[in-house]
Design a protein around this ligand. Structure first.
Ligand code: ATP
Ligand code: MG
Length: 177
């Protein structure tokens, strides 16, 4: 499914990846380990298409297609992207809305069937069960963070005002330090 052959990449003129080879077959999970600064994050960013990293040699095939000549959004629609460890909060956009948009973009790209909100809800329910996630999480805003007890109770009882409201502008918050 993913094949990395003799991949070389540099950042700011320094060669970081010096000939990586890796083959990942469908259904396999690989953990890449190595000392700090050995290039694990660099490899992930190069695969995702980060513009600061220059590929100086080798090739990467995803389902037989040349990944390196695709833009980052094309790679994502093909199925290669980096997940956020700490995604930003998007008040007013529910997890279900966000996931359906992402899902349908990928379906469209692959020429597969797109799902309406009701159909997608059934799919989400099934997948949430699979990972033992409470189905009610899906109607909460993306990365909803309770700031106080009342927020938390509102979210828990599904009465959070922004849960089903349309997208609205909210003043930026001070970053949490
Ligand atoms: N933007 C950059 N400019 C210059 N050097 C960089 C840049 N990004 C990474 N490097 C260098 O590339 C090397 C590999 O870094 P990378 O972050 O890929 O390592 P890592 O294996 O993910 O490390 P860690 O375990 O600490 O996360 C390091 O020597 C780092 O200093
Ligand atoms: Mg890293």
């Amino acid at each position: 499914m993913l094949e990395i052959r003799n991949l070389h990449a540099s950042v700011d003129g320094n060669e970081i990846l010096k000939g990586i080879n890796l083959k990942v077959n469908k259904g396999e999970v690989h953990a890449i380990m190595g000392p700090n600064g050995s290039g694990k994050s660099t490899l992930a960013k190069v695969l995702a298409g980060h513009p600061s990293y220059e590929v100086t040699g080798g090739e990467v095939l995803f389902d037989g297609k040349n990944l390196l000549e695709m833009t980052p959004d094309e790679r994502a629609r093909e199925g290669v992207f980096m997940a956020f460890q700490y995604p930003v909060e998007i008040p007013g956009v529910s997890n279900a809305q966000f996931l359906r948009l992402a899902y349908n973009e990928k379906q469209k790209h692959l020429g597969a069937e797109e799902l309406d909100p009701l159909e997608f809800k059934d799919l989400l329910k099934e997948k949430a069960k699979l990972v033992e996630m409470e189905a009610s999480f899906m109607s909460r805003s993306v990365r909803f963070v309770a700031r106080n007890r009342a927020d938390f109770e509102d979210a828990r009882s599904q009465k959070l005002p922004n849960v089903r409201a349309p997208l609205q502008w909210l003043p930026p918050r001070e970053p949490v330090t």
